[in-house]
Design a protein around this ligand. Structure first.
Ligand code: SAH
Length: 269
């Protein structure tokens, strides 16, 4: 893969950006490092003259930027994501330096995967649910008592590290091709929804608040990065668990256990 093919696999995803000037500056920042793909999730103001002004000659990046209502849409087709955050969050993801993050992101791109770099809102940063879509967190090692960089400057640091990694001789050896493509962000979301419904169906939470355990489970599956076939097997298992829960409910509701209960056999794979 040549350098521009490789660069085209990266997208910079700005989430809930308040200031259009930051969007323009981020466009310029990535363009100088050879990247062109900007995805905007629920920007407060876009398009906007301030964004154009600060993009300078990178207006093309803005013209081609995707604008999305939800993060999952902004991540469509990606299977590896890094969340940039100044603060350690409750999500407890592996924390990488920008250099380590760039190396891992480049390794994923060298396998042909689409990679997302996520940047949060200027004031509030990335929410836990947003970080939970990522495979690792990257923290730029700023000083403790003033840790938050300007959004576009954080974008610049990460784009620069990626560029350095790509210029380095040590382009990671492409690992052996996977025989199945990794699940993308939307497929993972569908799986988490199914998992959540199943845990409800089998009364796993028993009245406890499900948020923390769901974030832990996400972390587990994000770490494993299942491929599409593995995800189909997991869906099959969940569907069977749901079917058994339905049978159990029917049995406890009726003296004659399974009579009259119509069950659709799930197709695991
Ligand atoms: N108060 C927010 C800061 C938001 S700054 C917070 O604590 O998260 C806007 C965005 O720039 C952040 O969401 C993050 O994506 C990026 N950013 C700023 N400083 C950073 C740092 N030191 N390390 C990594 N990302 C940083």
């Amino acid at each position: 893969m040549n350098a521009s093919d490789l660069a085209s696999l990266f997208r910079f995803v700005l989430v809930r950006t308040s200031h259009p000037g930051n969007i323009g500056s981020a466009a310029r920042a990535i363009r100088t490092m050879g990247f062109t793909r900007l995805e905007l999730v629920a920007p407060q103001r876009f398009p906007d003259r301030e964004a154009d002004a600060l993009a300078a000659n990178a207006v093309q990046v803005l013209a081609e930027a995707g604008v999305h209502g939800t993060l999952v849409d902004g991540l469509a087709g990606t299977s590896f994501a890094l969340g940039l955050s100044a603060r350690r969050r409750g999500v407890n993801l592996p924390e990488l330096s920008p250099r380590e993050g760039a190396t891992q992101a480049l390794a994923a791109a060298a396998r042909g995967e689409h990679v997302a770099l996520l940047f949060g809102n200027e004031r509030t940063g990335l929410e836990n649910e947003e970080l939970a879509t990522c495979h690792a967190m990257v923290r730029i090692p700023s000083v403790e008592d003033f840790s938050s960089l300007n959004l576009a400057q954080a974008v610049q640091v990460m784009a620069y590290e990626l560029r350095l990694a790509m210029l380095g001789d040590a382009l990671p050896e492409p690992p052996p091709e996977r025989d199945e493509p990794p699940a993308d962000a939307a497929q993972m979301e569908r799986f988490y929804t199914h998992l959540g419904e199943t845990l409800d169906d089998i009364d796993f939470h028993k009245g406890r608040e499900p948020t923390t355990i769901m974030l832990r489970l996400r972390k587990l599956f994000q770490r494993v990065q299942p491929d599409q076939r593995e995800l189909r097997v997991l869906h099959g298992i969940l569907a069977d668990a749901q079917r058994m829960a339905m049978l159990a409910r029917a049995a406890s509701a009726s003296p004659r256990p399974t009579q009259g209960v119509q069950v659709n056999q799930a197709e695991p794979d």
